[in-house]
Design a protein around this ligand. Structure first.
Ligand code: GTP
Ligand code: MG
Length: 267
């Protein structure tokens, strides 16, 4: 492992994924072991109440590039993702969903963009963002409808010009990840919108690749979350307006005290 850390860190925020995570870990591990570059796989947990941790412990045995962190108390995708993206050591830090709904091979479209100097590359499921984007297995109608409605407010307040800010497959250079996730504050689903708004606020460009989305059975998103998204978009806008995040990475008015207690690595 090169002293600047591995080339790629794959971070998977996961909560109660006993039914979905094992095939994803297999697919990601198989893909990464076939790559010419160095890598690590980091699962970010926050106190799953099902078998998720035992499945990861069993999977990680004898695999040196596979580790996890466990915050023990459920705080939300955002909170745990921040921890994961700051604990990761990769020069490129990619986060993806535990249900592999945008599979790891999509990184192949991102890698050349990073080689050309990209700061942030995200996958989009919306053909208004990237014409080739498609939902091979579309999300249920209510999710698409509420998601699109929510997106209009997110574009208005937080991330103009991006029609799908929520596809669980986004990559950042280490420099951007360190700055964005150190000051981000959203503990829930709005972390994706906040991270994109912060990357822009700090002067970084966001590039997009087409997702071939295969919606997986099961979701942690409740109908109430769609309402929460609107309030959180307002909070992010307010934080941006009132300088909570600062204008540049080095001057956040009030850095978030992210409790970085020691990471639970492999026993
Ligand atoms: N650590 C942690 N991860 C979470 C939490 N809630 C959701 N996640 C993870 O976030 C990822 C996305 O969750 P899903 O339930 O697949 O959400 P989804 O319905 O696909 O949402 P969309 O991607 O917007 O369609 C998965 O890896 C989840 O395990 C949480 O409270 N804590
Ligand atoms: Mg999903």
């Amino acid at each position: 492992m090169d002293q600047n850390g591995p080339y790629l860190s794959v971070v998977i925020p996961a909560y109660n994924e006993a039914k979905r995570i094992a095939p994803t870990l297999d697919a990601v591990y198989t893909y990464l072991t076939a790559q010419p570059y160095s890598w690590e796989l980091l699962v970010a947990l926050d106190g799953p109440t099902d078998d998720t941790l035992r499945i990861i412990e069993a999977f990680a045995v004898g695999k040196e590039n596979v580790r996890w962190l466990d915050r023990k108390v459920n705080q939300g995708k955002g909170y745990t993702l921040r921890e994961g993206m700051l604990a990761a050591k990769g020069q490129i830090r990619l986060f993806m969903d535990a249900d592999n709904s945008t599979d790891i091979a999509h990184f192949e479209k991102m890698k050349p963009l990073f080689e050309q100097g990209a700061d942030v590359v995200i996958a989009s499921r919306d053909s208004k963002d990237v014409p080739e984007a498609r939902q091979a297995v579309p999300q249920p109608f209510f999710k698409r409808f509420l998601g699109n409605a929510g997106n209009l407010i997110i574009q208005l307040l937080v991330v103009p010009g991006i029609w799908d800010t929520r596809c669980g497959f986004k990559a950042f250079t280490a420099e951007v990840a360190e700055q964005v996730f150190a000051v981000a504050r959203m503990n829930g689903w709005s972390i994706d919108d906040e991270a994109l708004a912060l990357a822009r606020r700090f002067g970084y460009k966001i590039q997009m690749v087409a997702a071939n989305w295969i919606d997986a059975e099961g979701t942690h998103v409740s109908k109430l979350d769609y309402l929460k998204n609107i309030f959180e978009a307002g909070r992010i806008r307010w934080n941006l307006l009132t300088g909570v995040y600062g204008r540049s990475p080095s001057t956040p008015e009030s850095p978030v005290s992210s409790p970085r207690s020691p990471i639970v690595r492999k026993p």
